[in-house]
Design a protein around this ligand. Structure first.
Ligand SMILES: [Zn+2]
Length: 475
């Protein structure tokens, strides 16, 4: 049983060790940045997808699936987009031993796969809005250090693409996406901030980009998703037009919403602790592990009761693992603690006799649950666990931001910083240099630190056009 590095002291090493110890991913596959989803990791991924699907379909989106390969001719149609992705794409240039007539791109994202087809699907205002999504693998030739779930070259990607009648309707879709993400984040107990990225850091081809960022301790941040408004930027080169009710022909306004397994990485990073992974119930591969404790005087009674408990909870819709192997109970407790299971039920001779289960949640809360009403007791216990986990994350989120009022103060940042900014790009770059990171952008809605109104731009001192902005060091 190797001890894990301390989260507060060696965050990256801790993260890598937790992914490894929890058995979520096998990094030995011989292509860098392309990892194997293990059975345990795949369970988490399926639960993640289930929440994403539930929340996006509640907003009227429908699932589709487009091909993985995109012809170079389509990929090159939107100039900013190709410029933004050119260095990151994998190419397919041969079929067997023959060179292809048109080279193919392994999709890094699917705008250029979908939009030629959207141009065929959208004819009249009655075809709008078109709200579709897919969950597929995308490929990006990452040059930075790859890390499981957080920076990979084969990405498990959720992407929604929409066509709307006009700019206002597209703005409405952006708001609806942010609300849907808010509900996903609530399910995972994950506090986040939605930030409008500065012009120089928006998605290639977008009118504007809103990123979903989480603080990771210190000034570190992780972008876990994004929502983009494209206006007509893609509709024009791809010819996505419709006949309006007044008979005129107009271009659609488009939006996209992207998420990936980074969300799983974020959940591990935020909730995990020095003893390993901690999964909120909604994503936990197993919600409950049942461990019988053999005792000579009890015969096989503990095993029988444990098996019955596992059967009942499974029938009630819980994801349950019965760990009735030959190892000592202590080794089993350790394993399921590192792997982040929310609730462990222990059945020894005493519990079997009394009709009870000894319950220990992953935050260390203990309780005795009566077997007669076990299903309801487990529901309540897991709800309380999720609440406590979300509160712990919310408390560390609140202390993850602080105000800064002069540039010299930024270098030694031990939190993400909230600064007054005039909006000028030159000032943005001075802030980035000072913090040795990025100007994340302007928070949507209430900024994380309640600082009233900013007094001056932290870089140039002007009091004109001021807004709060966040600066940090993206992972
Ligand atoms: Zn300024």
């Amino acid at each position: 049983m190797a001890t894990l590095p301390k989260k507060a002291e060696e965050f990256i090493d801790w993260y890598l060790a937790v992914v490894e110890a929890a058995g979520l991913s096998d990094k030995r596959y011989p292509v860098k940045g392309m990892n194997v989803w293990t059975p345990y990791g795949f369970r988490a991924r399926r639960n993640l997808d289930r929440v994403m699907i539930r929340e996006i379909e509640a907003t009227g989106a429908e699932a589709v699936e487009f091909p993985t390969l995109i012809p170079e001719t389509e990929f090159a149609k939107e100039k900013e987009h190709i410029k933004g992705f050119d260095a990151q794409v994998y190419w397919v240039t041969r079929g067997g031993s023959s060179p292809l007539d048109v080279n193919l791109v392994l999709r890094p994202t699917s705008e250029t796969a979908m939009y030629p087809i959207f141009a065929l699907w959208v004819r009249s205002h009655q075809d709008l809005p078109l709200n579709v999504y897919q969950i597929v693998n995308t490929f990006r030739y990452e040059t930075k250090t790859t890390r499981p779930f957080v920076r990979v070259r084969e990405i498990h990607f959720f992407e929604e693409h929409t066509c709307q009648v006009d700019e206002a309707a597209a703005t409405g879709r952006v708001a609806s996406n942010l609300a849907a993400f808010g509900r996903m984040a609530t399910a995972f107990g994950l506090p986040f901030v939605a930030v409008r990225r500065p012009e120089w850091d928006k998605f290639a081809g977008a009118y504007y980009s809103i990123a979903l960022d989480i603080p990771l301790g210190g000034a570190r941040t992780l972008q876990i998703g994004s929502v983009h408004h494209y206006r007509e930027n893609f509709a024009r080169p791809y010819g996505i037009r419709y006949e309006a009710s007044d008979g005129t022909t107009r271009y659609v306004h488009q939006t996209t919403f992207g998420l990936s397994e980074r969300l799983l990485g974020a959940i591990l990073a935020v909730h995990g602790d020095d003893r390993g992974a901690v999964f909120p119930t909604a994503i936990a591969p197993f919600e409950v592990v049942v461990v019988p404790i053999p005792a000579a005087r009890a015969g096989d009674r503990p095993q029988q009761v444990a098996a019955e408990i596992a059967r009942r909870l499974t029938a009630a819709g819980r994801r349950v693992h019965l760990d009735d192997g030959p190892e000592r109970p202590g080794a089993k407790y350790y394993r399921w603690e590192v792997r982040g299971v929310p609730l462990r039920l222990e059945i020894g001779a005493r519990e079997a006799e009394a009709g009870e289960a000894a319950a220990v949640d992953r935050l260390g809360q203990r309780a005795v649950l009566p077997l007669a009403t076990l299903e309801a007791a487990v529901d309540r216990t897991l709800e309380a666990f999720d609440r406590a986990l979300a509160e712990r994350a919310a408390a560390s989120f609140r202390s993850a931001f602080s105000l800064a009022s002069d540039l010299a103060d930024l270098a030694a940042s031990t939190t993400v910083r909230q600064v007054g900014w005039c909006g000028a790009e030159a000032c943005g770059h001075r802030i980035e240099t000072a913090i040795d990171g990025a100007l994340l952008g302007v928070p949507e809605g209430t900024p994380p630190v309640d600082g009233g109104s900013p007094a001056a731009c932290i870089a140039c001192g002007t009091t004109d056009g001021l807004r709060w902005a966040l600066a940090g060091r993206p992972l």
